[in-house]
Ligand binder design. Sequence first.
Ligand code: ADP
Ligand code: MG
Length: 238
Amino acid sequence: MATLDIRSLTKSFGDTRVIKGVDLRVEDHEFCVFLGPSGCGKSTLLRLIAGLEEATSGEILLDGKPITDLPPARRNLAMVFQSYALYPHMTVRQNMSFALDLAKVEPSVIEEKVRRTARILELEPLLDRKPAALSGGQRQRVAIGRAIVREPRIFLFDEPLSNLDASLRAQMRLEIARLHQEFKATMIYVTHDQVEAMTLADKVVLFNGGNIEQRGSPQELYHHPVNRFVAGFLGTPQ
Ligand code: ADP
Ligand code: MG
């Protein structure tokens, strides 16, 4: 069964239609990458899935149930942003436990989850620091850790590595691939970077101007592009 089922989804801002009728399924445990040039609608689609934008028309189902009208907090999805969006006045530990505190999870359970996640992400020595005292890579790991402790149905990543330098980006790419393996998580990962898409994805969904041009495995898109746009974007030899 598909985890996420998007049906005829559209989104307009004023008179401008930026998502033009998207149909898409994301399967359980799949690493799905939304790829495409800047402005093609990747973030908007991710925000529609997260409930941070309201769809103009169409439907989104999670495990067969419509979530289109649910508020973000009730969708059981966790989003990791490019800007990290950590709370600056809170420690790493508080940043990671905040959502569980709000949900009134038992403190001992929270402590255990935070500790386990911090161990996996090698954040244990940093739990009492505030974000200002962390490097970019460490902040990004906290942002990912904060999502993990919530055990969401799907992880949504919006260009999480684009603020990092090239070597750290390569290292974090491996880290994210390892997380996907370890947690058997379902992930939707937005990027405009072909290399990131090709190395991480089970399924690449290539967007252009609010439409899907092609979807499939990285190999399928690279070796069998359906049109010039896909070939050009992926650098397929002509
Ligand atoms: P991407 O993430 O692929 O770069 P976006 O989803 O951010 O693209 O944007 C798609 C289009 O929608 C762009 O033309 C952008 O200017 C427009 N857009 C995004 N958010 C808004 C908004 N809140 N109001 C008006 N236009 C928007
Ligand atoms: Mg974007």
